[in-house]
Design a protein around this ligand. Structure first.
Ligand SMILES: Cc1cc2nc3c(=O)[nH]c(=O)nc-3n(C[C@H](O)[C@H](O)[C@H](O)COP(=O)(O)OP(=O)(O)OC[C@H]3O[C@@H](n4cnc5c(N)ncnc54)[C@H](O)[C@@H]3O)c2cc1C
Length: 445
Protein backbone atom coordinates (compact mmCIF):
# COMPACT_ATOMS: atom_id res chain seq x y z
CA UNK A 1 0.00 0.00 0.00
CA UNK A 2 1.35 3.43 -1.01
CA UNK A 3 2.41 5.70 1.83
CA UNK A 4 3.87 9.13 1.17
CA UNK A 5 5.32 11.19 3.94
CA UNK A 6 7.75 13.78 2.63
CA UNK A 7 5.25 16.52 1.75
CA UNK A 8 4.94 19.90 3.34
CA UNK A 9 1.39 20.28 2.11
CA UNK A 10 -1.25 18.00 0.61
CA UNK A 11 -3.97 19.72 -1.43
CA UNK A 12 -7.31 17.94 -1.79
CA UNK A 13 -9.09 18.60 -5.09
CA UNK A 14 -7.68 19.75 -8.43
CA UNK A 15 -10.27 22.36 -9.37
CA UNK A 16 -9.18 25.98 -9.82
CA UNK A 17 -9.02 26.54 -6.04
CA UNK A 18 -6.81 23.52 -5.32
CA UNK A 19 -4.53 24.02 -8.35
CA UNK A 20 -4.02 27.70 -7.46
CA UNK A 21 -3.18 26.92 -3.83
CA UNK A 22 -0.77 24.14 -4.88
CA UNK A 23 0.93 26.30 -7.50
CA UNK A 24 1.45 29.20 -5.09
CA UNK A 25 2.85 26.92 -2.39
CA UNK A 26 5.16 25.15 -4.82
CA UNK A 27 6.44 28.55 -6.00
CA UNK A 28 7.29 29.33 -2.37
CA UNK A 29 9.47 26.24 -2.28
CA UNK A 30 7.23 23.74 -0.51
CA UNK A 31 6.88 20.09 -1.44
CA UNK A 32 3.22 19.76 -2.48
CA UNK A 33 1.05 16.79 -3.42
CA UNK A 34 -2.38 17.22 -5.04
CA UNK A 35 -4.98 14.46 -4.72
CA UNK A 36 -7.95 14.47 -7.08
CA UNK A 37 -10.88 12.05 -7.08
CA UNK A 38 -11.68 12.24 -10.78
CA UNK A 39 -9.66 10.99 -13.75
CA UNK A 40 -9.14 14.60 -14.89
CA UNK A 41 -8.29 17.99 -13.40
CA UNK A 42 -10.61 21.01 -13.47
CA UNK A 43 -13.54 19.90 -11.29
CA UNK A 44 -16.56 21.94 -12.31
CA UNK A 45 -14.61 23.19 -15.32
CA UNK A 46 -14.77 20.62 -18.10
CA UNK A 47 -14.28 21.46 -21.76
CA UNK A 48 -15.41 18.81 -24.22
CA UNK A 49 -16.84 18.54 -27.75
CA UNK A 50 -20.29 18.14 -29.23
CA UNK A 51 -20.44 17.11 -32.90
CA UNK A 52 -17.13 18.85 -33.62
CA UNK A 53 -17.78 22.04 -31.59
CA UNK A 54 -16.08 22.91 -28.29
CA UNK A 55 -18.50 22.93 -25.36
CA UNK A 56 -18.26 23.58 -21.65
CA UNK A 57 -20.15 21.16 -19.40
CA UNK A 58 -19.41 23.46 -16.47
CA UNK A 59 -18.03 27.00 -16.16
CA UNK A 60 -17.80 28.96 -19.40
CA UNK A 61 -17.56 32.74 -19.12
CA UNK A 62 -14.97 35.07 -17.65
CA UNK A 63 -14.59 38.87 -17.58
CA UNK A 64 -11.99 41.55 -16.82
CA UNK A 65 -14.13 42.59 -13.85
CA UNK A 66 -13.12 39.24 -12.33
CA UNK A 67 -9.57 40.12 -11.34
CA UNK A 68 -8.13 36.73 -10.39
CA UNK A 69 -9.24 34.73 -13.42
CA UNK A 70 -8.52 37.65 -15.73
CA UNK A 71 -4.92 37.78 -14.50
CA UNK A 72 -4.55 34.06 -15.27
CA UNK A 73 -6.11 34.54 -18.69
CA UNK A 74 -3.82 37.46 -19.60
CA UNK A 75 -0.74 35.50 -18.57
CA UNK A 76 -1.83 32.40 -20.47
CA UNK A 77 -1.56 33.83 -23.99
CA UNK A 78 -4.92 32.21 -24.87
CA UNK A 79 -7.51 34.12 -26.89
CA UNK A 80 -11.03 35.27 -26.13
CA UNK A 81 -14.28 34.40 -27.90
CA UNK A 82 -17.26 36.75 -27.68
CA UNK A 83 -20.66 35.07 -27.66
CA UNK A 84 -23.29 36.73 -29.84
CA UNK A 85 -26.08 38.82 -28.35
CA UNK A 86 -29.63 37.55 -28.27
CA UNK A 87 -31.56 36.98 -31.51
CA UNK A 88 -35.35 37.75 -31.48
CA UNK A 89 -36.74 36.65 -28.13
CA UNK A 90 -39.79 34.49 -27.42
CA UNK A 91 -41.29 35.01 -23.96
CA UNK A 92 -43.44 32.29 -22.44
CA UNK A 93 -45.99 33.63 -19.95
CA UNK A 94 -49.45 32.56 -18.79
CA UNK A 95 -50.89 34.04 -21.98
CA UNK A 96 -48.71 31.79 -24.12
CA UNK A 97 -45.64 32.60 -26.24
CA UNK A 98 -45.01 36.01 -27.77
CA UNK A 99 -42.03 37.82 -29.19
CA UNK A 100 -40.14 40.66 -27.50
CA UNK A 101 -37.54 43.05 -28.88
CA UNK A 102 -34.15 42.85 -27.22
CA UNK A 103 -34.35 46.54 -26.24
CA UNK A 104 -37.58 45.96 -24.29
CA UNK A 105 -36.04 42.91 -22.60
CA UNK A 106 -33.04 45.01 -21.58
CA UNK A 107 -35.21 47.89 -20.24
CA UNK A 108 -37.19 45.46 -18.06
CA UNK A 109 -34.02 43.94 -16.65
CA UNK A 110 -32.52 47.34 -15.84
CA UNK A 111 -35.57 48.65 -13.99
CA UNK A 112 -36.34 45.33 -12.27
CA UNK A 113 -32.75 44.84 -11.10
CA UNK A 114 -32.52 48.40 -9.76
CA UNK A 115 -35.76 47.89 -7.82
CA UNK A 116 -34.72 44.42 -6.62
CA UNK A 117 -31.31 45.60 -5.40
CA UNK A 118 -32.86 48.75 -3.88
CA UNK A 119 -30.45 50.95 -5.80
CA UNK A 120 -30.78 54.49 -4.48
CA UNK A 121 -28.86 57.74 -4.40
CA UNK A 122 -27.93 56.94 -0.76
CA UNK A 123 -25.62 54.16 -1.87
CA UNK A 124 -25.67 50.41 -2.39
CA UNK A 125 -26.68 47.61 -0.08
CA UNK A 126 -23.28 45.95 -0.39
CA UNK A 127 -20.85 48.83 -0.81
CA UNK A 128 -17.58 46.86 -0.56
CA UNK A 129 -17.85 43.36 -2.01
CA UNK A 130 -14.52 42.04 -0.70
CA UNK A 131 -14.99 43.34 2.84
CA UNK A 132 -15.57 40.35 5.10
CA UNK A 133 -16.94 42.42 8.01
CA UNK A 134 -19.58 44.00 5.78
CA UNK A 135 -20.54 40.52 4.64
CA UNK A 136 -20.76 39.22 8.21
CA UNK A 137 -22.89 42.23 9.20
CA UNK A 138 -25.45 41.58 6.45
CA UNK A 139 -27.48 38.99 8.36
CA UNK A 140 -30.86 40.61 7.73
CA UNK A 141 -30.32 40.58 3.98
CA UNK A 142 -29.08 36.99 4.22
CA UNK A 143 -32.23 35.88 6.06
CA UNK A 144 -34.47 36.94 3.14
CA UNK A 145 -35.05 34.77 0.11
CA UNK A 146 -34.89 36.17 -3.42
CA UNK A 147 -38.59 35.29 -3.66
CA UNK A 148 -39.40 37.36 -0.50
CA UNK A 149 -37.95 40.43 -2.16
CA UNK A 150 -39.57 39.79 -5.55
CA UNK A 151 -42.95 39.45 -3.80
CA UNK A 152 -42.51 42.85 -2.19
CA UNK A 153 -42.01 44.54 -5.59
CA UNK A 154 -44.85 45.76 -7.72
CA UNK A 155 -43.93 44.08 -11.01
CA UNK A 156 -46.21 43.73 -14.01
CA UNK A 157 -46.78 40.19 -15.35
CA UNK A 158 -44.37 40.90 -18.20
CA UNK A 159 -41.65 42.24 -15.89
CA UNK A 160 -42.12 39.31 -13.57
CA UNK A 161 -41.57 36.66 -16.30
CA UNK A 162 -38.44 38.35 -17.61
CA UNK A 163 -36.90 39.02 -14.21
CA UNK A 164 -37.83 35.65 -12.69
CA UNK A 165 -36.38 33.83 -15.70
CA UNK A 166 -33.14 35.80 -15.69
CA UNK A 167 -32.52 35.59 -11.96
CA UNK A 168 -33.44 31.90 -11.89
CA UNK A 169 -30.76 31.26 -14.51
CA UNK A 170 -28.22 33.18 -12.41
CA UNK A 171 -29.07 31.06 -9.39
CA UNK A 172 -29.63 27.69 -11.10
CA UNK A 173 -32.22 27.27 -8.36
CA UNK A 174 -35.71 28.46 -7.50
CA UNK A 175 -35.90 32.02 -6.03
CA UNK A 176 -37.56 30.69 -2.88
CA UNK A 177 -34.43 28.63 -2.06
CA UNK A 178 -31.74 31.29 -2.44
CA UNK A 179 -30.62 34.07 -0.09
CA UNK A 180 -31.21 37.63 -1.27
CA UNK A 181 -27.64 38.38 -0.19
CA UNK A 182 -26.27 35.76 -2.62
CA UNK A 183 -27.55 37.81 -5.55
CA UNK A 184 -26.65 41.17 -4.01
CA UNK A 185 -23.05 39.96 -3.79
CA UNK A 186 -22.93 39.35 -7.55
CA UNK A 187 -24.60 42.69 -8.20
CA UNK A 188 -22.04 44.44 -6.03
CA UNK A 189 -19.04 42.61 -7.55
CA UNK A 190 -20.25 43.75 -10.99
CA UNK A 191 -20.35 47.44 -9.99
CA UNK A 192 -24.17 47.60 -9.47
CA UNK A 193 -24.79 47.69 -13.19
CA UNK A 194 -27.10 45.28 -15.06
CA UNK A 195 -25.41 45.38 -18.46
CA UNK A 196 -22.00 44.90 -16.89
CA UNK A 197 -23.26 42.10 -14.66
CA UNK A 198 -24.70 40.23 -17.64
CA UNK A 199 -21.46 40.72 -19.55
CA UNK A 200 -19.57 39.31 -16.55
CA UNK A 201 -21.88 36.30 -16.43
CA UNK A 202 -22.23 35.28 -20.04
CA UNK A 203 -20.40 37.09 -22.81
CA UNK A 204 -16.68 36.32 -23.05
CA UNK A 205 -14.99 32.97 -22.88
CA UNK A 206 -11.61 31.37 -23.48
CA UNK A 207 -11.70 30.30 -27.12
CA UNK A 208 -10.07 26.92 -26.47
CA UNK A 209 -12.13 26.36 -23.30
CA UNK A 210 -11.62 26.94 -19.59
CA UNK A 211 -9.93 23.55 -19.22
CA UNK A 212 -7.08 24.83 -21.39
CA UNK A 213 -6.44 27.64 -18.88
CA UNK A 214 -6.12 25.34 -15.87
CA UNK A 215 -3.99 22.96 -17.98
CA UNK A 216 -1.54 25.83 -18.52
CA UNK A 217 -1.50 26.63 -14.80
CA UNK A 218 -0.62 23.00 -14.03
CA UNK A 219 1.96 22.64 -16.81
CA UNK A 220 3.82 25.87 -16.11
CA UNK A 221 4.12 25.16 -12.42
CA UNK A 222 5.05 21.51 -13.12
CA UNK A 223 2.47 20.38 -10.61
CA UNK A 224 2.03 16.68 -10.28
CA UNK A 225 -1.66 15.92 -9.72
CA UNK A 226 -2.48 12.41 -8.59
CA UNK A 227 -5.73 11.41 -10.25
CA UNK A 228 -8.36 8.91 -9.06
CA UNK A 229 -7.48 9.46 -5.41
CA UNK A 230 -10.77 9.75 -3.57
CA UNK A 231 -9.95 11.15 -0.15
CA UNK A 232 -11.99 9.53 2.60
CA UNK A 233 -10.25 10.62 5.82
CA UNK A 234 -8.24 13.56 7.15
CA UNK A 235 -6.61 13.05 10.55
CA UNK A 236 -4.77 15.65 12.53
CA UNK A 237 -1.68 14.12 14.12
CA UNK A 238 1.08 15.39 16.38
CA UNK A 239 3.27 16.10 13.35
CA UNK A 240 0.57 17.55 11.08
CA UNK A 241 -2.00 15.65 9.04
CA UNK A 242 -2.56 12.18 7.61
CA UNK A 243 -4.78 11.73 4.54
CA UNK A 244 -6.30 8.39 3.62
CA UNK A 245 -7.93 7.56 0.29
CA UNK A 246 -10.81 5.18 -0.29
CA UNK A 247 -8.28 2.56 -1.50
CA UNK A 248 -6.33 2.81 1.77
CA UNK A 249 -3.34 4.80 0.47
CA UNK A 250 -2.02 7.37 2.92
CA UNK A 251 -0.22 10.71 2.63
CA UNK A 252 1.18 12.68 5.49
CA UNK A 253 2.18 16.32 5.51
CA UNK A 254 2.57 19.31 7.78
CA UNK A 255 -0.60 20.89 6.49
CA UNK A 256 -3.56 20.16 4.22
CA UNK A 257 -5.56 22.49 1.97
CA UNK A 258 -9.05 21.11 1.61
CA UNK A 259 -10.22 22.51 -1.76
CA UNK A 260 -13.36 20.40 -2.15
CA UNK A 261 -16.78 21.89 -2.93
CA UNK A 262 -18.62 22.85 0.28
CA UNK A 263 -21.33 20.30 -0.55
CA UNK A 264 -18.71 17.49 -0.55
CA UNK A 265 -17.09 18.11 2.86
CA UNK A 266 -19.76 15.89 4.39
CA UNK A 267 -18.30 12.88 2.51
CA UNK A 268 -14.90 13.07 4.19
CA UNK A 269 -14.29 11.89 7.74
CA UNK A 270 -12.29 14.41 9.75
CA UNK A 271 -10.58 13.30 12.96
CA UNK A 272 -11.07 15.22 15.18
CA UNK A 273 -14.36 16.16 13.52
CA UNK A 274 -14.66 19.55 11.85
CA UNK A 275 -16.55 22.23 13.78
CA UNK A 276 -20.21 21.25 13.77
CA UNK A 277 -21.31 24.33 11.81
CA UNK A 278 -19.05 23.42 8.86
CA UNK A 279 -20.58 19.96 8.66
CA UNK A 280 -24.07 21.37 9.07
CA UNK A 281 -23.51 23.76 6.15
CA UNK A 282 -22.17 20.96 3.97
CA UNK A 283 -25.11 18.70 4.83
CA UNK A 284 -27.62 21.48 4.12
CA UNK A 285 -25.81 22.01 0.77
CA UNK A 286 -26.09 25.14 -1.34
CA UNK A 287 -29.15 25.48 -3.54
CA UNK A 288 -27.86 25.24 -7.13
CA UNK A 289 -28.87 21.86 -8.57
CA UNK A 290 -30.19 23.00 -11.89
CA UNK A 291 -29.82 22.16 -15.55
CA UNK A 292 -27.32 23.19 -18.20
CA UNK A 293 -28.00 21.69 -21.63
CA UNK A 294 -26.05 22.19 -24.83
CA UNK A 295 -27.42 21.30 -28.25
CA UNK A 296 -26.78 21.88 -31.92
CA UNK A 297 -29.22 22.73 -34.70
CA UNK A 298 -28.60 22.76 -38.44
CA UNK A 299 -30.07 24.91 -41.18
CA UNK A 300 -32.29 27.24 -39.10
CA UNK A 301 -33.03 30.49 -40.93
CA UNK A 302 -32.69 32.49 -37.69
CA UNK A 303 -31.67 31.75 -34.10
CA UNK A 304 -34.05 31.81 -31.17
CA UNK A 305 -33.76 33.06 -27.61
CA UNK A 306 -36.37 31.71 -25.21
CA UNK A 307 -37.32 33.19 -21.83
CA UNK A 308 -39.68 31.44 -19.37
CA UNK A 309 -40.24 31.88 -15.63
CA UNK A 310 -39.34 28.94 -13.33
CA UNK A 311 -42.14 26.45 -12.92
CA UNK A 312 -43.66 27.08 -16.34
CA UNK A 313 -41.06 25.35 -18.51
CA UNK A 314 -38.01 23.15 -17.77
CA UNK A 315 -35.73 25.72 -19.44
CA UNK A 316 -35.77 29.34 -18.27
CA UNK A 317 -33.35 30.79 -20.77
CA UNK A 318 -31.99 29.46 -24.00
CA UNK A 319 -29.67 31.25 -26.41
CA UNK A 320 -27.43 30.40 -29.40
CA UNK A 321 -23.79 30.96 -28.45
CA UNK A 322 -21.83 29.90 -31.51
CA UNK A 323 -22.61 29.91 -35.23
CA UNK A 324 -20.47 27.71 -37.51
CA UNK A 325 -21.68 27.64 -41.12
CA UNK A 326 -25.17 26.15 -41.05
CA UNK A 327 -24.82 24.96 -37.44
CA UNK A 328 -25.78 26.75 -34.24
CA UNK A 329 -24.66 25.74 -30.76
CA UNK A 330 -27.22 26.62 -28.09
CA UNK A 331 -27.02 26.68 -24.32
CA UNK A 332 -30.05 26.45 -22.02
CA UNK A 333 -30.44 26.69 -18.25
CA UNK A 334 -33.24 25.62 -15.91
CA UNK A 335 -33.74 25.43 -12.15
CA UNK A 336 -34.44 21.69 -11.98
CA UNK A 337 -31.56 19.37 -12.91
CA UNK A 338 -33.93 16.38 -12.89
CA UNK A 339 -36.46 17.88 -15.34
CA UNK A 340 -35.09 15.92 -18.35
CA UNK A 341 -31.99 14.05 -19.46
CA UNK A 342 -29.72 16.55 -21.29
CA UNK A 343 -28.01 13.66 -23.13
CA UNK A 344 -31.21 12.14 -24.51
CA UNK A 345 -31.94 13.69 -27.92
CA UNK A 346 -35.59 12.59 -27.91
CA UNK A 347 -36.24 14.15 -24.50
CA UNK A 348 -34.36 17.33 -25.40
CA UNK A 349 -36.34 17.71 -28.65
CA UNK A 350 -39.61 17.19 -26.84
CA UNK A 351 -38.69 20.08 -24.46
CA UNK A 352 -37.57 22.27 -27.40
CA UNK A 353 -40.67 21.72 -29.52
CA UNK A 354 -42.77 23.05 -26.66
CA UNK A 355 -40.63 26.20 -26.55
CA UNK A 356 -40.59 26.97 -30.27
CA UNK A 357 -41.89 24.90 -33.22
CA UNK A 358 -38.75 25.64 -35.28
CA UNK A 359 -36.28 24.44 -32.66
CA UNK A 360 -34.90 20.99 -33.35
CA UNK A 361 -31.58 19.61 -32.14
CA UNK A 362 -29.50 17.01 -33.99
CA UNK A 363 -27.04 16.56 -31.11
CA UNK A 364 -27.15 17.38 -27.39
CA UNK A 365 -25.09 17.04 -24.20
CA UNK A 366 -24.96 18.01 -20.54
CA UNK A 367 -23.38 16.82 -17.33
CA UNK A 368 -25.70 16.14 -14.41
CA UNK A 369 -23.69 17.98 -11.75
CA UNK A 370 -26.41 17.49 -9.13
CA UNK A 371 -25.91 13.70 -9.40
CA UNK A 372 -22.11 13.93 -9.46
CA UNK A 373 -20.79 12.87 -6.05
CA UNK A 374 -17.69 15.05 -6.44
CA UNK A 375 -19.66 18.26 -6.90
CA UNK A 376 -23.20 17.64 -5.53
CA UNK A 377 -24.46 20.66 -7.44
CA UNK A 378 -23.45 23.35 -9.91
CA UNK A 379 -22.05 26.75 -8.89
CA UNK A 380 -22.09 27.69 -5.21
CA UNK A 381 -25.40 29.44 -4.45
CA UNK A 382 -26.04 30.01 -0.72
CA UNK A 383 -29.47 29.43 0.76
CA UNK A 384 -30.96 31.81 3.31
CA UNK A 385 -28.51 32.56 6.19
CA UNK A 386 -25.67 30.56 4.57
CA UNK A 387 -23.58 33.52 3.31
CA UNK A 388 -23.00 34.91 6.78
CA UNK A 389 -22.73 31.51 8.47
CA UNK A 390 -20.08 30.40 5.96
CA UNK A 391 -18.15 33.65 6.56
CA UNK A 392 -18.16 32.90 10.31
CA UNK A 393 -17.59 29.15 10.17
CA UNK A 394 -14.71 29.19 7.67
CA UNK A 395 -12.87 32.20 9.06
CA UNK A 396 -9.38 30.66 9.31
CA UNK A 397 -7.96 27.13 9.53
CA UNK A 398 -8.83 24.35 11.96
CA UNK A 399 -5.39 23.44 13.25
CA UNK A 400 -3.41 22.32 10.21
CA UNK A 401 -6.51 21.97 8.03
CA UNK A 402 -6.99 24.96 5.68
CA UNK A 403 -9.90 25.57 3.31
CA UNK A 404 -10.29 26.86 -0.23
CA UNK A 405 -13.08 26.74 -2.80
CA UNK A 406 -15.49 28.92 -4.76
CA UNK A 407 -17.73 29.14 -1.67
CA UNK A 408 -14.96 31.15 0.06
CA UNK A 409 -14.47 33.69 -2.71
CA UNK A 410 -15.17 37.04 -1.13
CA UNK A 411 -15.73 38.87 -4.40
CA UNK A 412 -17.01 36.47 -7.08
CA UNK A 413 -18.34 33.75 -4.81
CA UNK A 414 -19.48 30.74 -6.89
CA UNK A 415 -17.20 31.58 -9.83
CA UNK A 416 -13.82 30.43 -11.13
CA UNK A 417 -12.59 33.84 -10.03
CA UNK A 418 -13.67 33.24 -6.43
CA UNK A 419 -12.08 29.77 -6.50
CA UNK A 420 -8.72 31.24 -7.59
CA UNK A 421 -8.98 34.02 -4.99
CA UNK A 422 -9.61 31.46 -2.24
CA UNK A 423 -6.66 29.32 -3.41
CA UNK A 424 -4.32 32.32 -3.25
CA UNK A 425 -5.47 33.26 0.25
CA UNK A 426 -5.27 29.67 1.49
CA UNK A 427 -1.69 29.41 0.21
CA UNK A 428 -0.76 32.60 2.08
CA UNK A 429 -2.43 31.31 5.24
CA UNK A 430 -0.50 27.99 5.01
CA UNK A 431 2.79 29.77 4.32
CA UNK A 432 2.32 32.18 7.25
CA UNK A 433 1.51 29.23 9.50
CA UNK A 434 4.61 27.28 8.42
CA UNK A 435 6.87 30.33 8.76
CA UNK A 436 5.53 31.07 12.24
CA UNK A 437 6.11 27.46 13.32
CA UNK A 438 9.67 27.51 11.92
CA UNK A 439 10.41 30.80 13.70
CA UNK A 440 9.15 29.56 17.03
CA UNK A 441 11.22 26.34 16.62
CA UNK A 442 14.37 28.33 15.85
CA UNK A 443 13.90 30.27 19.07
CA UNK A 444 14.04 27.08 21.15
CA UNK A 445 17.53 27.11 22.75
C1 LIG B 1 -22.85 24.16 -15.14
C2 LIG B 1 -21.91 25.16 -14.51
C3 LIG B 1 -21.73 26.41 -15.10
C4 LIG B 1 -20.86 27.34 -14.52
N1 LIG B 1 -20.63 28.53 -15.17
C5 LIG B 1 -19.64 29.36 -14.71
C6 LIG B 1 -19.19 30.45 -15.51
O1 LIG B 1 -19.64 30.67 -16.63
N2 LIG B 1 -18.18 31.23 -15.00
C7 LIG B 1 -17.60 30.98 -13.79
O2 LIG B 1 -16.68 31.70 -13.38
N3 LIG B 1 -18.01 29.93 -13.03
C8 LIG B 1 -19.00 29.12 -13.48
N4 LIG B 1 -19.34 27.99 -12.76
C9 LIG B 1 -18.77 27.81 -11.41
C10 LIG B 1 -17.34 27.28 -11.45
O3 LIG B 1 -17.29 26.12 -12.22
C11 LIG B 1 -16.91 26.98 -10.02
O4 LIG B 1 -17.16 28.09 -9.20
C12 LIG B 1 -15.42 26.66 -9.92
O5 LIG B 1 -14.99 25.85 -10.98
C13 LIG B 1 -15.18 25.99 -8.57
O6 LIG B 1 -13.81 25.64 -8.42
P1 LIG B 1 -13.36 24.88 -7.09
O7 LIG B 1 -11.94 24.56 -7.27
O8 LIG B 1 -13.79 25.66 -5.90
O9 LIG B 1 -14.27 23.56 -7.06
P2 LIG B 1 -14.28 22.27 -8.12
O10 LIG B 1 -13.99 22.80 -9.46
O11 LIG B 1 -15.54 21.62 -7.87
O12 LIG B 1 -13.02 21.46 -7.61
C14 LIG B 1 -13.09 20.62 -6.49
C15 LIG B 1 -12.36 19.33 -6.82
O13 LIG B 1 -12.44 18.45 -5.68
C16 LIG B 1 -12.59 17.12 -6.17
N5 LIG B 1 -13.12 16.27 -5.10
C17 LIG B 1 -14.37 16.24 -4.58
N6 LIG B 1 -14.44 15.32 -3.60
C18 LIG B 1 -13.20 14.76 -3.49
C19 LIG B 1 -12.62 13.76 -2.65
N7 LIG B 1 -13.33 13.14 -1.70
N8 LIG B 1 -11.31 13.44 -2.81
C20 LIG B 1 -10.54 14.07 -3.76
N9 LIG B 1 -11.05 15.02 -4.58
C21 LIG B 1 -12.35 15.37 -4.45
C22 LIG B 1 -13.53 17.29 -7.34
O14 LIG B 1 -13.49 16.17 -8.21
C23 LIG B 1 -13.02 18.58 -7.98
O15 LIG B 1 -12.05 18.32 -8.97
C24 LIG B 1 -20.19 27.02 -13.32
C25 LIG B 1 -20.36 25.77 -12.74
C26 LIG B 1 -21.19 24.84 -13.34
C27 LIG B 1 -21.32 23.47 -12.73
Amino acid sequence: MLTESDNDVVVLGAGYAGVTAARELKALGYQVAVLEARDRIGGRVWTSELAGTKIEYGATWIHWFQPYVWAEFMRSGLSLHEDPWFPPITIHSNDGPRSMEFERFRQILVSAWNAFAQTSSDGHLIERPYHIEELKNSRELDALSVQNVIDSLDMSAEESVVFMAEIAVQMNAHPKDVSYLSQLRWWSAAGWDVALMIDCLARYKVDTGLSSLIDIMVERSELCVQLEKVVSKVERTEKGVRITTRCGETWSARKVVCALPMNCLQDVEFDPPLAREKIRLSEEEHAAKGMKVLFKTRGESAGHAIVAAPGDKPINLLNPIRVEGDDRLYVGFGVDGTAFDPNDLKEVNSVLSDLHPDLQAYACAGHEWHKDKFSRGTWHMPRMTQNTRIADAFDGPEGDVHFAGDYLGRGWMGFVDGAIESGMLAADEVHNGLVTTAESRSKVP
